[in-house]
Design a protein. Structure first.
Length: 149
């Protein structure tokens, strides 16, 4: 079994872009919060729901390309091994074709910069959200607590 890592660049303030799978809104969380093993759930700062999945389309596309490249590499290597094993066999001769082309995997760059930092006292964290939601209120992305004042 093979594993690979997807690296997502944070913005200049250390925030990673996410998208709620329920309401479709974009927001950013600190990379340190996302990498913290104590962060078990994420709540959308806009709808306040635990959407379970916050990957953007770019992250999903990148992961599919990387998985496809890895699967092609593993299949090609297995077939090359079979070719090597049947090289001197008089009953069966197996020849592998050309190596499959790999998908180009582009680095994901931070985008959507028109957000402001919102501080959440309940969990001592911050998120970048739309300016209007700072005024009208939002939910803490780490505990789901309402922050409407």
């Amino acid at each position: 079994m093979s594993t690979f890592e997807i690296s997502i660049k944070s913005d200049k303030d250390g925030f990673i872009l996410l998208q709620c799978s329920l309401c479709g809104e974009f927001f950013k969380l600190l990379a340190s919060d996302l990498n913290d093993e104590s962060t078990l759930n994420i709540w959308c700062p806009y709808c306040g729901l635990n959407g379970k999945e916050y990957y953007t389309k770019e992250v999903l596309d990148m992961s599919m390309k990387m998985a496809k490249n890895e699967a092609n590499r593993m299949m090609f290597n297995s077939l090359k091994e079979l070719e090597r094993k049947t090289k001197n066999n008089k009953f069966i001769n197996f020849k592998v074709g050309k190596k499959p082309e790999m998908e180009v995997v582009s680095i994901i760059k931070p985008r959507i910069e028109n957000m402001q930092i919102m501080k959440y006292d309940c969990c001592k964290t911050m998120a970048k959200i739309k300016t209007g939601s700072i005024v009208t209120g939002s939910y803490c992305p780490l505990c789901g607590g309402a922050n409407f004042e």
